[in-house]
Design a binder for this molecule. Structure first.
Ligand SMILES: CCCCCCCCCCC/C=C/C(=O)SCCNC(=O)CCNC(=O)[C@H](O)C(C)(C)COP(=O)(O)OP(=O)(O)OC[C@H]1O[C@@H](n2cnc3c(N)ncnc32)[C@H](O)[C@@H]1OP(=O)(O)O
Length: 281
């Protein structure tokens, strides 16, 4: 049996104003064709703390409930799509908050990865780790050309990559390319990302990236929503199903790893480095 939420029967085209909302950390607008644009706006780098993760999942629920034609994800920052998980949430953490962080990340991944509507991302800047994760969940990736990088660099910050995220990456680039990159925490330039298929096309600027993302969403105008959502589900179920069974173990592993003294030391060093970099600017 398929989860009920995947049986998407019709898309509604509502006037822009009826669906638009602005949260504190995100902005949702819907254009006259019914395409929703969700903008991350947690300055300075859209790092994913508990509140941003939870707000994103809530807004995605709203997009689904309101039957938008599709979703474009982007960022309000001029140079960063998202810096990934908020490192300060993992350094000397309160264990309850650390639990909420990981549970909220799991919820966001599961909601975006299994979204029954078409999804595209306009990556308008750097997209390390959790930033790359959100982009990988979407069905189409456009990235603005420039000196930006994208990739899953978790091992570089001392965190092993969970199986569901490896699975998500291997659906997009070859297993060989993924293994080489993830084992060493490598980041891709925009050109490299295009070459390996991590992104689908480049854009000249954010407006161009959004336009290209919307063009992708419009490909589904003549496709039955049920046909789209069930086919998407079938492509992704081998990653989604084991994840659903192993959520608790995944959470426990995350907390165990993050609380290791050597991981705490590494996270402290990264925070220091980021501070020094800022001071040197
Ligand atoms: C077996 C199972 C076990 C489970 C294991 C778990 C697996 C985890 C899997 C996946 C989930 C995701 C994990 C992560 O996301 S970890 C986070 C990794 N992120 C990074 O390494 C990015 C670090 N940041 C940067 O590289 C740069 O900031 C960036 C290129 C993004 C932007 O550079 P820019 O020059 O524009 O900006 P600054 O570096 O000067 O930064 C501006 C301010 O923002 C702060 N900052 C940056 N990144 C973060 C962050 N990730 N968290 C919190 N804060 C961040 C930075 O300190 C500056 O702050 P101030 O203005 O206060 O100085």
């Amino acid at each position: 049996m398929f989860p009920l939420r995947l049986l998407r029967t019709a898309r509604r085209v509502l006037p822009a104003k009826s669906l638009s909302t602005t949260g504190q950390l995100t902005d949702l607008t819907v254009d006259n064709e019914g395409i929703a644009t969700l903008t991350l706006q947690r300055a300075p780098v859209n790092s994913l703390n508990v509140e941003l993760l939870q707000e994103l999942t809530t807004v995605l629920g709203q997009v689904e409930k309101d039957k938008a034609k599709g979703l474009v994800l982007t960022s309000a920052s001029p140079s960063v799509f998202s810096a990934g998980l908020d490192i300060t949430e993992m350094y000397n953490p309160n264990v309850e908050r650390l639990t909420a962080l990981w549970t909220s990340l799991q919820d966001l991944w599961a909601t975006l990865y299994s979204a029954p509507y078409p999804t595209a991302v306009a990556i308008n800047g750097h997209a390390p780790a959790g930033g790359c994760m959100m982009a990988l969940c979407c069905e189409y990736r456009t990235m603005v050309s420039g000196r930006y990088t994208i990739g899953l660099n978790e091992t570089a910050v001392g965190i092993p990559v969970p199986e569901w995220l490896i699975g998500t990456m291997c659906k997009v680039i070859s297993q060989r390319e993924a293994e080489v990159a993830l084992n060493a925490g490598l980041m891709f330039t925009v050109e490299e990302a295009l070459k390996v298929g991590l992104i689908d096309e480049t854009a000249t600027d954010k407006a161009d990236a959004i336009e290209k993302s919307k063009k992708f969403i419009k490909r589904f105008d003549k496709i039955s929503p049920i046909a789209h959502s069930l086919t998407k589900q079938r492509f992704r179920s081998d990653v989604l199903q084991p994840f659903a069974k192993n959520r608790e173990a995944d959470l426990n592993q995350f907390k165990y790893v993050v609380l290791q003294p050597e991981v705490q030391e590494l996270l402290g060093q990264i925070i220091q480095k980021l501070k020094q970099k800022k001071a040197a600017k």
